[in-house]
Ligand binder design. Structure first.
Ligand SMILES: [Zn+2]
Length: 232
């Protein structure tokens, strides 16, 4: 990963106890302002979480896994369904992926929660889903690092974008799309990277020329607009 010049200095100067940076998608437990993503057999954590069937772990028994999620769905700490979605590199056949995604989207709609989307080489499947489902849940495409054109083509739908470590890479697709993306569609995340969530916000702040505090305010508003389970 490429570091921007002066990046670590900014990190040191920036740390503030007054600002809490929500992390909308992470595989690390412990930060109370983050949404921990539950993968199979991980168990429900003692903090806010998202839970869905990741396409990597999707098989014919997916409905059993979905039943477990449904059984936990009244847990107020369940904040989103996912990550789930489409992966044509490492997932099962597309038909199965679509079936499982539709079922999880239905659950998300029922609960009034967003979907955290995993999408690798599957944007045509996402498009197909959105065209066939006129009232989709809010969908947050996590770790977005595709060409801006792909996002632009889908922006008329209820689609949101969560930006992570790719923002730190000079001229990445993520950087390019962040600069064009409507601010009411953005979120930030660490996913499985070691980079701190504050560094992601700082980088977005530098790129956009918007103070981090304002970005935090923005993403909280974005969240509360699309989810029944609010961030207070
Ligand atoms: Zn993830």
């Amino acid at each position: 990963m490429q570091k921007l010049p002066g990046h670590s200095m900014i990190s040191q100067n920036f740390q503030s106890d007054l600002v809490h940076f929500p992390d909308f998608h992470t595989h690390q437990k412990g930060n109370v302002f983050s949404i921990f993503n539950v993968l199979p057999d991980e168990g429900i954590p003692d903090q806010c979480f998202s839970w869905g069937i990741h396409p990597w772990y999707l098989n014919e028994n997916w409905d059993k896994e979905l039943e477990k999620i449904v059984a936990s769905s009244s847990n107020p700490r369940l904040l989103a369904i996912g990550e789930c979605g489409f992966d044509l590199i490492k997932g099962p056949e597309p038909k199965l992926q679509m079936k499982a995604f539709v079922a999880q989207a239905d659950l998300a709609i029922k609960l009034g929660l967003p979907i955290i989307l995993h999408c690798v080489k599957g944007s045509h499947l996402l498009q197909e889903f959105l065209k066939n489902n006129p009232n989709p849940p809010a969908i947050i495409w996590h770790g977005y690092n595709q060409k801006p054109k792909i996002a632009e083509n889908l922006i008329s739908f209820r689609l949101y974008f969560s930006f992570g470590k790719a923002l730190l890479k000079q001229d990445s697709n993520a950087q390019q799309w962040l600069l064009k993306c409507p601010l009411d569609r953005i979120f930030f995340e660490t996913d499985n990277s070691e980079i701190s969530i504050s560094a992601i916000y700082q980088q977005a702040s530098l790129l956009l020329g918007i103070p981090v505090g304002q970005l935090v305010h923005q993403v909280r508003e974005n969240w509360n607009r699309i989810s029944n389970r609010k961030m207070t």
